[in-house]
Design a protein around this ligand. Structure first.
Ligand code: NI
Length: 257
């Protein structure tokens, strides 16, 4: 059976505390082969590091999420850089811009922290995991200066097919979650169809974004079978082809042998 690479998860979330060990066993039995466990601030990046070092099928990323970009100090960034030295750390993320919430850090604050971490990724030659929500124009404006200098994924892609094309031309991979199974997924599906098969990633963003028919429940990587099936139906591939290709793509992006 082909193995799934969940390219974006948050097993550092307290939602997994109670049954974590049991769940990890369940994931391996459900065909999950590798997991990227993403940090969103210093604290969750450290938890992800510990979890990845205790699990032979888990890697982690370290970074500061735009919604955690308040009061980021040089010490915080130095700590993220220190975490990237761990052999299990394979990306800087998640980083980006998120203008959805009224109480989010101001755009200028988010941009500064995003650019600082992009520059860190260039300097360390590491891929990035990028979060963009309701901030596509500003993100494209920033990212165009990094095209060709950086590898990365735009995770849980929610933009238009047009923006998707621009990001692909900049060299990015595009990640899709259970959102593609939702009834209002038309926009995501339009974007999905223009992604070259060798740039496509599959992800949960768990504990959030559980696919249909589990929408609203706690999500975990085993539910990616539903997402892979939906992608396969849309792309005219088999589920096994989607799982195998996205596994190879994530390994290539994250430099995993
Ligand atoms: Ni995430």
């Amino acid at each position: 059976m082909e193995k799934i690479f969940d390219s974006h998860s948050h097993y550092n979330n307290p939602a997994f505390n109670e049954d974590y060990a049991e769940l990890m066993n369940h994931l391996t039995e459900s065909g999950v082969g590798l997991i990227m466990n993403c940090g969103s601030d210093v604290e969750t990046s450290i938890i992800s590091q510990k979890q990845a070092n205790a699990c032979d099928f888990m890697y982690f990323s370290a970074g500061i999420h735009p919604l955690d970009a308040h009061d980021v100090t040089d010490e915080n960034l130095a700590k993220i850089e220190q975490l990237t030295k761990d052999n299990k750390c394979r990306a800087i993320g998640e980083i980006g811009l998120d203008y959805h919430y009224d109480d989010a850090p101001a755009p200028d604050v988010q941009k500064k922290v995003f650019i600082q971490q992009l520059d860190m990724a260039v300097r360390l030659n590491m891929p990035v995991i990028i979060h963009i929500r309701e901030a596509m124009q500003d993100s494209l404006e920033i990212l165009k200066d990094y095209a060709g200098k950086i590898q990365g994924v735009i995770h849980c892609f929610s933009g238009s097919a047009e923006s998707c094309k621009i990001l692909i031309n900049m060299g990015f991979y595009i990640g899709f979650t259970g959102v593609v199974t939702f009834k209002n997924a038309r926009k995501s599906l339009e974007a999905l169809k223009i992604v070259p098969f060798d740039r496509l990633l599959i992800e949960t963003d768990c504990p959030y974004m559980a696919p249909e028919p589990c929408r609203g429940k706690r999500c975990d990587s085993s539910l990616l079978h539903y997402v892979a099936q939906k992608m396969a139906d849309e792309l005219g591939k088999t589920k096994e082809e989607v799982i195998a290709q996205t596994f190879e793509n994530a390994k290539r992006l994250f430099n995993i042998d």
